[in-house]
Design a protein around this ligand. Sequence first.
Ligand code: ADP
Ligand code: MG
Length: 251
Amino acid sequence: MNNRIKEYCQKLNLSVIADQWSTLADQAAKDNVPYSSFLFSLLEAEVIEKQARATKTLLKLSKLPFKKTIDEFHFDVQPSIDERRVRELMTLSFIKNKENPIFLGPPGIGKTHLAVSIGLEAISKGYKTYFISAHDLIIQLRKADTEGKLEKKLRSFVKPSLLIIDEMGYMKLGSGDAHFLFQVIARRYEQGSIILTSNKSFGEWGDIIGDSVIATAMLDRLLHHSRIFNLKGESYRLKEKRNKDKQQTDS
Ligand code: ADP
Ligand code: MG
């Protein structure tokens, strides 16, 4: 019978139960554990392992550039941002409502850190998340277009529950590029959330995109259901470097 149990577990894709049932059964018999508790501990072990595996896969597919959480973000050095509004994002209600959080501000002040920490939270709750820089997004869409695979590529950017587009504004777009980006934003409109970070204000989008009609149409969709965060202040990297230099000269 023991072999059949293992075989049935494998058929049902219950690898943890297949491995552990016998040890847990011996223990349960010894401790006089009720049948329901025994069954519960078996199922729980399987569920925990399946969730851990799913999170690991989502994390790998997400292409997040690093793993930093919201607890590693120092709100005290970033007074331009309302901690409560950011914590609200961590509830992920914005994903359910298909809203777009947007982080604007100069380099080095934590835009990518915040986007990544929200991405990590989304992954831990089972949401498919994909991180890409605006630059790579355009390069990939250009390539797919020349290979006749644009439609498939566009669909891959529409599929995740959360798409993070980082560093919008560093790259000036050509007219074909603007159209690609518009397709991504228009297709995700009211279908799936985008987190966007940018060093440019919305007023400068016409310049980056090189076509004010497309820029307006894009912003219209992006901003309709959005939560905008304007970060101000000095680069965290520079501040950290200055503190280090100061410590060295002081000592
Ligand atoms: P941005 O995307 O705005 O250019 P980043 O998010 O890449 O900036 O931040 C630059 C570096 O500084 C990262 O290592 C980030 O973790 C760190 N950082 C920025 N702001 C904070 C903060 N308020 N608390 C902790 N680390 C921060
Ligand atoms: Mg950044």
